[in-house]
Design a protein around this ligand. Sequence first.
Ligand code: NAP
Length: 288
Amino acid sequence: MTAKIINGVAVSAAMRTEIRQRVDVLKQRGVTPGLAVIMVGANPASAVYVRNKIRACAEVGIQSFRYDFPADASPQQVLDLIAELNARADTHGILVQLPLPPQFSISEVLQTISADKDVDGFHLYNVGGLVVGDTVFPPCTPYGVVKLLEHEGIEIEGKNVVVVGASNIVGKPMALMLMQRDATVCICHAKTRDLAQFTILADILVVAAGHPNLILPQMVKTGAVVIDVGINRLPNGKLVGDADFEGLLPKVSYITPVPGGVGPMTVTMLLANTVASAERAAGIAPKH
Ligand code: NAP
């Protein structure tokens, strides 16, 4: 068996074409979707992410508003801006780039964003929506994984899914979204004893731990689907995921590469959430 390599760049490009068409429909109704991006400090990785998000907005016709604060900004300044953006009709999505400097309470910042404009899906209202299967904004990375699985026609219902990683932004929402689609889900984390005894049972294995070579071929069932969310920079500068990609290729049925797998989908789903928000504001039922 040789795995099919899931091309996240191609799926993402096709989705962006569709998103652009939805933006055009909104513009014909006099609505331009708008995304506010707030960055505090000058974390170089965050600066790259913010630039990419703003470029992607321009690519599909979404208007972006960038707000930069110095690293020593007072939390109140940022909270006041969020309150103002919550009320603005031209802003359909508000995103605060994480991490934030230590004087900030991330939770306070995220809860200040109106749940109706929380395009990252981190507000407790949206997290609660995930639990009951009624989400307004699904968090972008796991949403992108679901879209990749759907695009490849990979059945989720009734499948054994193992999610390695239990963070609030990837692992936990991923598990909830796949459970909602009737998979049998197991979540593993750093304190899981003998990871392989769980991963070997997976029909679909989603890895989001941030450790290169965490998933080796002997830990995976023949024919499994492996979705690698991890992004790790090796000392030689190479970017890799959490799974042994080359080792797994002959054994699994599908695998996502790093880079070029889940990564491009994350920003695309941010665009999709922003357009969905503008559609709701314009009285159009958003397409999920
Ligand atoms: P995180 O907040 O550091 O969470 C990592 C999770 O993995 C934690 O739940 C941790 O367990 C678990 N873990 C760590 N080591 C493990 C091990 N040896 N065995 C099993 N579980 C282990 O990271 P994150 O934000 O979720 O991101 C995870 C990875 O995905 C990173 O490489 C990140 O760069 C990447 N990422 C990619 C995208 C994308 O767009 N492709 C988006 C977001 C993140 P504990 O809970 O027990 O500590």
